[in-house]
Design a protein around this ligand. Structure first.
Ligand SMILES: C[S@@+](CC[C@H](N)C(=O)[O-])C[C@H]1O[C@@H](n2cnc3c(N)ncnc32)[C@H](O)[C@@H]1O
Length: 265
């Protein structure tokens, strides 16, 4: 049986199916290792996604972070939620459905950010207006606060420590480095940090755009003693066949998982 991080290629349809089944089993085991119920997490999420977004949640198409958030909503979290990188506000909205009593702050670049507006033409301007309208609909919830701010300034916002932080802004250096560092300091004891799109490919390969995240979580684990859990982002043949070098992961870091190496002086 091929493991998820096997780089060998599999040819037959049967091989592909067995790889996916095996990956599902491994994911279910990861959930159990964290004392989460995979079945209940899935059922809870599937119902919310169907009611709120009108589609079927499918682990081969959609990212595992939705399922991870559902698992946490079953066991409960302390304190508020913070999201770095709002985009269209879909994850924010999902979080507000999963944690209806919890305050959520989500931050994204201001609309007049030079990177955002650079060389924007009329068609892109119209597209942007649609995008902003969709985001406003998703964020229209009494528990959601949207802050337009470069994540570099997160420590200056005076936000309370959070129980769950979703780091999903810019996935490149230097931004992802300060995002993870700032987020770890913003976590409540026992809080959960999740970071999207973690990759481990070699740096000089153009295909691997998100290796910064992989290097940072590896450093946190190997040099600072944090416990890092990696969840394959999507369970489909294309992702899994790529093996560990190219597969994308969602990383989870808990701040009470620090070993002695991770204690501040
Ligand atoms: C991948 S999208 C976020 C998706 C969203 N979290 C979700 O799960 O649906 C990344 C977002 O990060 C924002 N972003 C990039 N750099 C940022 C920065 N330095 N500060 C704040 N937001 C940033 C981008 O504008 C973009 O909207």
């Amino acid at each position: 049986m091929a493991k998820v991080d096997d780089t060998s290629r599999l040819d037959t349809e049967e091989d592909l199916q067995s790889l996916i089944f095996h990956a599902r089993d491994e994911l279910a085991q990861q959930f159990k290792d964290h004392a989460w119920d995979p079945q209940k997490s899935y059922e809870n999420l599937a119902q919310i996604v169907e009611n709120r977004f009108g589609f079927q949640f499918d682990l081969s198409l959609h990212s595992v972070h939705w399922l991870l958030f559902s698992a946490l909503s079953q066991v409960g979290i302390q304190g508020p939620i913070l999201e770095i990188g709002t985009h269209r506000g879909e994850a924010t909205r999902l979080l507000s459905e999963l944690f209806p009593e919890t305050k959520i702050t989500t931050i994204d670049l201001p609309g007049d950010d030079p990177g955002d507006l650079k060389d924007i033409d009329m068609a892109q301007q119209i597209e942007r207006e649609h995008f902003v309208a969709a985001r406003e609909r998703n964020l229209d919830h009494p528990n959601i606060r949207f802050v337009e701010c470069n994540s570099f300034y997160l420590p200056d916002l005076g936000l309370p420590p959070a129980g769950l932080i979703w780091v999903d802004g810019d996935h490149h250096y230097p931004q992802v480095a300060w995002d993870i560092s700032n987020a770890l300091r913003q976590l409540l004891p026992g809080g959960y940090l999740f970071c999207d799109d973690i990759e481990f490919g070699p740096r000089d390969d153009e295909m691997f755009t998100n290796v910064a995240g992989g290097q940072i979580v590896t450093h946190l684990r190997d040099h600072l003693g944090y416990e890092v859990s990696l969840f394959p982002k999507r369970l489909n043949a294309v992702s899994l066949l790529n093996g560990r070098q190219k597969c994308k992961y969602v990383a989870m870091i808990r701040n009470d998982s620090r070993g002695s190496k991770a204690q501040a002086p």
